[in-house]
Design a protein around this ligand. Structure first.
Ligand SMILES: [Zn+2]
Length: 442
């Protein structure tokens, strides 16, 4: 497969209708349990773009339990906010009394917010024949609306949040230069490509590991409003072939609402850390932004933890990762920096020596010995100086919240396997259609 596969969507222009229909029929067979048509109307335009509709997740959220009647017979007058408009002026120009405006904005905190108008925003008002404002709506964003309704002489407030429609989509690509270029050419947004990189961050170093010919397939959601894509949703499943290995991840939401990416067996795609990288050691200095340095005798932040231990005590990698630096670094003496996934890195300083084979790019497993305690650099005695960084920021290694990698709860394993299988079928379906389209256009 030398030819780079471009985005599925892109290919659709050349995708004969008959095949789409055939594939859709197949889709119906494979994913019957999952495919729920979007709001019942006629054959949707999905025929053309071959998008499978997903059942919407969750319901619409409302601040109040009372669902104020949205009288269909309302006579809305729509106003687009222009520079210099105020709520008071707009309402008074439409015949609403100043007294009513005052009541409106002083009864409820939600309604008070109506006074915050933005240029370009839409305001809808319903004024009856006597000039009394009956209802008002303010579009805060494409998904949020603030509404006030006069009921029995009292203003009732409502904050309405619409749900996005979710639509499944698919992309696949062969990497020739970088993940980013391949992803972009497959029609993925940068955000989505980052999601993909993050999911596999513990398994694949997208700078060092990637080889020409590596490829991926990804099933993801797009978020729509009124049939128009407004944002990326989540990646639901992804497969990545890196050289001769294949890694697969499934997004799964547990019964208690936690979401995590799991491999085919239900293990977390993330890895855990051990809290202490040296055994049989005592903490001789803690994380302290205002510490007086024992050798320099000046105030200098201590951005790690010191573990005093006899020279030669083994130092263990805190987590799975890849050596990012090994060598001398000023006051640190001999130091190793390990990168773990996308967000984390750990630093080990004052080492007497490194384990054989430690060089830039070496893959290490959690608990693996990477070197030995010493006192190279600025050290008053043998100890390990250990730092923990999250997105480049030093955190206290003793208290930092470490990523949990629990994997699937035992009671939900069955549900997960069913879910994973369903996604696998969906992915295969898209992939087949894509191959078909690619052949067709050759
Ligand atoms: Zn230290």
């Amino acid at each position: 497969m030398t030819k780079r596969l471009s985005s599925f969507i892109f290919l659709l222009g050349r995708f004969p209708r008959a095949h789409v229909a055939a594939t859709l029929a197949l889709a119906a067979l494979l994913g019957a349990a999952m495919l729920v048509p979007e709001t019942g109307s006629s054959v949707p335009s999905q025929m053309e773009s071959f998008e499978l509709a997903l059942p919407e997740r969750g319901g619409s959220e409302m601040d109040s339990d009372t669902n104020i009647s949205t009288a269909a017979e309302r006579q809305w007058r729509e106003i687009t906010i222009r520079s210099g408009d105020t709520l008071g002026n707009l309402l008074r120009n439409n015949g609403v009394s100043a007294a009513q405006v005052h009541t409106l904005v002083s009864t409820d905190p939600t309604l008070k917010e109506l006074a915050n108008l933005r240029v370009g925003q839409t305001l809808r008002i319903d004024i009856d024949q006597y000039g009394t404002l009956q209802a008002i709506e303010q579009e805060i964003s494409r998904v949020e609306t603030r509404r006030g309704v006069l009921q029995n002489g009292e203003w009732q407030a409502e904050h309405i949040k619409r749900d996005y429609q979710r639509q499944m989509s698919y992309a696949e690509a062969v990497i020739e230069d970088s993940l980013f270029l391949a992803g972009q050419q497959a029609g993925m947004t940068d955000n989505l490509i980052m999601q993909l990189a993050n999911i596999f961050a513990w398994d694949i170093d997208f700078i060092l590991d990637i080889r020409r010919g590596d490829h991926f397939r990804v099933l993801y959601e797009e978020l729509l409003l009124d049939g128009e894509k407004v944002a990326d949703g989540d990646i639901l499943m992804a497969e990545f072939w890196n050289r001769d290995r294949k890694v697969t991840a499934f997004r799964f939401e547990t019964a208690d609402g936690q979401t995590e990416y799991l491999d085919a067996l239900g293990n977390s795609m993330r890895r855990e850390f051990i809290r202490t990288p040296v055994e049989f050691a005592r903490i001789s200095s803690r994380f302290n932004p205002n510490r007086r340095h024992p050798v320099l005798n000046t105030i200098r932040a201590h951005r790690g933890v010191d573990y005093a231990a006899p020279s030669g005590t083994p130092i263990r990698a805190a987590g799975d990762g890849r050596v990012e630096f090994v060598g001398k670094k000023g006051g640190y003496g001999n130091v190793i920096i390990i990168r773990h996934g996308q967000a984390y890195s750990t630093l080990y300083a004052h080492m007497r020596s490194f384990t054989r084979g430690m060089r830039n790019g070496t893959r290490v497993k959690q608990g693996q010995t990477i070197g030995y305690v010493g006192m190279t650099g600025l050290a008053s005695g043998p100890h390990l100086h250990y730092e923990f960084l999250v997105n480049g920021v030093h955190r206290d290694p003793l208290t930092v919240k470490l990523p949990k990698a629990q994997g699937i709860p035992e009671g939900e394993r069955k549900a997960f396997l069913v879910h994973a299988n369903r996604l696998r079928n969906q992915l295969a379906l898209y992939s087949d259609a894509n191959t078909l389209a690619a052949n067709e256009s050759r």
